[in-house]
Design a binder for this molecule. Sequence first.
Ligand code: BGC
Length: 241
Amino acid sequence: MATPRTSRAAHGSAKTLCIDIGGTGLKTIVLDAKGEALSERARVPTPRPATPDAVLTTLRPLIQASPAFDRVSVGVPGVVKRHVVMTAPNLDDGWAGFALGAALEGETKKPTRVLNDAGVQGYGVIEGRGTEIILTLGTGMGCAIFVDGVYVPNVELAHHPFRHGRTYEEHIGKKALEKVGKRRWNERVREVLEVLIPIFNPDVVYLGGGNAKKLKGDLPELVKVTDNVAGLLGGIALWRY
Ligand code: BGC
């Protein structure tokens, strides 16, 4: 995978096209070097079946309509290793082993970095001190852990058993929300926090993702609800390392 260019653009004024591939929506935005938006956030529904080909075809007009950019950052809802997607449970089996970074570099002719979506989201919100956990509440349940700002890659809590034969994702993912309704789902999110906080003893837990806005009432003091746009804003941090 291409490394950041050592041009002035890469260091001082690089513009980043940030792409968030979600189970429900595909989102794009272009950010300047300070993370300020240079375009409106664009969003289109995720095609079904969400094969790599269908997703790339759906993204193409969004990419073409974007203002000029120097590099690309992508958040993917699954395990990502060296810019290759290993799993994408809420997209399609065809993603296993798909070299998304290389495919987008071929399309855009710009260096591209790909990371798990919760990891990207985390980069958009963390303070870089202590243990910070990000849970994303969307189609799936994303989880990312950062220790003093260092990302621990691909912590796939989503598919780990939680209780009553359900995984974490089956307990608080989109399908669960639709099935049990907002009130019970709110209780379930708290149940998950009650289990996770004493295990990881984080300094902060951020709750993000499209459904975080459906959280009502008090949450433990160390929990912060964040805006879903962080899923895109974190894209800029992928070029710091
Ligand atoms: C995937 C995670 C992803 C999360 C949110 C889960 O199903 O396994 O990798 O972060 O969904 O998209």
